[in-house]
Design a binder for this molecule. Structure first.
Ligand SMILES: C[S@@+](CC[C@H](N)C(=O)[O-])C[C@H]1O[C@@H](n2cnc3c(N)ncnc32)[C@H](O)[C@@H]1O
Length: 265
């Protein structure tokens, strides 16, 4: 791991962390031995996990560009992860230099690195918050300071909802976020699925994540679709990530996820 030490190194190094495992899949360097070992185990089960992570990032970039093209100038990226290439503000600024971006993550290490690596330009802020506590998140002064909820905002939930168990009712959390945003706001979701995957692999992969900072909950299409209650899905709907408005970037065809964008009614 490079850069400043994390806020709580001993705790951070004690068990695999989903943000840092993902960083490893993407070829990043913000990860510890314990994260790499767990990620390697997942790669043994699903060797294309790194490509799938890139496919997810490419979906996020396309969704952000789409939002900017629709005139959205405010972005709330929840479960933003460790800074990587093509962060939301980097994608959106060439199209909308005045856009404001709030990055949220519940992992202290990810937040610490993001605060250090992302620009302090008054239009970008990093917040330590939890998708499972949307009320608290929406009341956060840093969120309120940058996002005007009377105007449309793009809520980005990329590869994060599959870390929220059913018992924590992620659908209610997304509904609360929806109710807080103005009509015309966007919701972008990418979500792991095991639809079509071998059940044995799915069980082995989930076993690795059970020993990490968050369990992994792949969901079938119908359950992911429910996150868009109150939204009109834009074409082509909720589809495999690589199929969502491909833009000429190399298409891998590898995707263990669904992706979609909806417009709030
Ligand atoms: C797989 S990464 C996705 C990063 C980025 N959104 C992307 O799609 O490239 C998932 C991130 O969600 C964060 N996360 C997991 N559960 C969360 C929660 N309940 N609230 C906020 N962030 C969460 C993790 O710490 C991690 O950084």
């Amino acid at each position: 791991m490079t850069g400043d030490p994390p806020a709580t190194p001993t705790e951070a190094e004690a068990r695999p962390n989903v943000a840092r495992m993902y960083d490893y899949y993407l070829g990043g360097c913000h990860n510890f031995a314990v994260d790499r070992a767990a990620a390697q185990r997942v790669l043994e089960i699903f060797p294309d996990t790194g490509v799938a992570a890139q496919t997810n990032r490419a979906f996020l970039r396309r969704a952000v560009r789409f939002a900017a093209e629709q005139g959205i100038r405010q972005f709330l990226d929840i479960g933003a992860g460790l800074p990587t290439q093509g962060n939301v503000h980097e994608v959106v600024r060439p199209l909308a230099p005045d856009a404001r971006v709030v990055y949220v993550d519940n992992d202290e290490v990810a937040v610490a690195y993001a605060r250090r690596l992302l620009p302090s330009d008054g239009r970008t802020v990093v917040v330590h918050g939890d998708l499972r506590r949307p009320g608290r998140l929406l009341a956060d002064p840093d969120v309120r300071g940058l996002i005007d909820f009377d105007r449309p905002v793009a809520v980005l939930l990329a590869a994060v909802l599959h870390f929220v168990v059913d018992a924590d009712n992620p659908w209610a959390a997304v509904g609360l976020l929806r109710n807080a945003t103005a009509p015309g706001s966007l919701l972008a979701v990418s979500h792991l699925t095991m639809d079509g995957a071998p059940p044995i692999g799915a069980a082995q992969g989930q076993a690795v994540y059970r020993r990490s900072s968050a369990p992994l909950i792949p969901r079938p299409h119908a359950e992911v679709l429910r996150f868009f209650d109150g939204y009109d899905l834009v074409e082509p709907g909720l589809v495999r990530l690589a199929e969502w408005r491909p833009d000429g970037e190399p298409r891998t065809g590898v995707s263990h996820g669904y992706g979609g964008v909806g417009i709030r009614r």
